[in-house]
Design a protein around this ligand. Structure first.
Ligand code: FMN
Length: 378
């Protein structure tokens, strides 16, 4: 039995459970992966101010994220293809998140559809979308998210064009995944994945059924993205989405203080400081290195969420200290899902919860609301 004590243990297990092309799809970043590396390195370089002899017998992690009650300042961020990491991955993610009391954000590029997830969970979830060339499709997704009673819409702003993730073409990643001469041995060593996913019932983009023009349905993610995502999108389009969506609007992918101000002006209820996990502009700063200045620019006018490199409760505490109200995980979630399905996701959340609780206690803090820059050695 493998002992699982950290999210890195789940990552190692995931590597054994899913084919390399899929593991690399999650692990990789754009171009030389410099921004990807910086996300983790800059978080690692931060240190805490340890405090002693403070009564920390009751540490409270409870908060709200975009008006959604959350048992801790963590949400599962949107990741495409989660349902290929484990059969019914998005459904399992939504269930694990609901049971742990944190929000789950479903990606448009999911394998299960919005309706699949809605039918499987009673708890409202968040839905993420991009601006498409066909605004009719955006409207359709907004309507579907409203019908599924999604509690927030997350609009991702940082993918007007796709940063090349070199691992994907090198590994020949296709959607749906297929068995080829090249990956036959790799797949043969992952029989459980092959049975449940490769030969399972959901293997392509559940939200896009009927929209995939390719005749045999087989395509690379970069092809579809290049055809569908709108490189001409601008702030007026964000305002358009705002006018169409009556609920909470979260804008994801802001790395610049000026853009944060535009986002507030466009009516955001929350902004996610994010560089897409180092998957877009290689050479962009780490998310953590710009968090404080963006939080200052937003100045309480909307919520500040953060992602990029979160692997532990300690990382969550660092983001809160620099001004985030809550954090999102991408890879830490996908690895956990690949490692052990719903139980894996629950495990990852519980590991981070315990790490966060201990970190707050040892920095002399009793509640997430009391975390500030004073817990860091800046
Ligand atoms: C495999 C993968 C797929 C992703 N797909 C999406 C997506 O469909 N929509 C989106 O807004 N962000 C997507 N992201 C970005 C994540 O939401 C998040 O910003 C990023 O993963 C955070 O960094 P982390 O992986 O270090 O936690 C994806 C990230 C990964 C790793």
């Amino acid at each position: 039995m493998t002992m699982i004590l950290s999210t890195d243990d789940l990552r190692k297990l995931a590597k054994k459970r899913v084919p390399r092309a899929l593991f690399d799809y999650a692990a990789g970043g754009a171009y030389d992966e410099r921004t990807l590396s910086r996300n983790a390195a800059d978080l690692d370089a931060m240190t805490f101010r340890q405090r002693v002899m403070v009564d920390v017998s009751n540490v409270s992690l409870a908060t709200t994220l975009v008006d959604t009650p959350a048992s801790m300042p963590l949400a599962i961020g949107p990741t495409g293809l989660a349902g290929l990491f484990h059969a019914d991955g998005e459904i399992l993610a939504a269930k694990a998140a609901a049971a742990c009391g944190i929000p789950y954000c479903m990606s448009t590029m999911s394998i299960c559809s919005i309706e699949d997830v809605r039918a499987a969970t009673g708890q409202p979830f968040w839905f993420q979308q991009y601006l498409m060339k066909d605004r009719g499709f955006n409207q359709e997704l907004i309507d579907r998210a409203a019908a599924a009673r999604c509690s927030a819409l997350m609009l991702t702003l940082d993918l007007q064009v796709l940063g090349e993730r070199r691992r994907d073409p090198r590994n020949g990643l296709t959607i749906p995944p297929r068995l080829t001469l090249r990956n036959a041995w790799d797949v043969a060593t992952k029989p459980s994945w092959a049975m449940r996913v490769l030969f399972g019932k959901r293997r392509t983009f559940g939200n896009l059924v009927g929209r995939l023009s390719d005749s045999n349905g087989l395509l690379t993610l970069s092809q579809w993205t290049a055809n569908q995502f709108d490189p001409s999108a601008n702030w007026r389009d964000v305002e358009w989405v705002r006018s169409r969506w009556p609920g909470k609007l979260i804008l994801k992918g802001v790395l610049d203080a000026e853009d944060a101000r535009f986002g507030v002006a466009a009516g955001a209820d929350a902004i996610v400081v994010s560089n897409h996990g180092g998957r877009q502009l290689d050479g962009a700063p780490s998310s953590i290195s710009v968090l404080q200045e963006i939080a200052a620019a937003i100045d309480g006018r909307c919520e500040v969420l953060f992602d990029g490199g979160i692997r532990s409760g300690q990382d969550i505490a660092k983001a809160l200290a620099l001004g985030a109200r809550g954090t999102l995980i991408g890879r830490s979630f996908l690895y956990a899902l690949a490692a052990a399905g719903e139980a894996g996701v629950t495990k990852a959340i519980e590991i981070m919860r315990n790490e966060l609780r201990v970190t707050l206690a040892l920095t002399g803090t009793s509640a997430v609301g009391a975390v500030g820059p004073h817990i860091l050695r800046l």
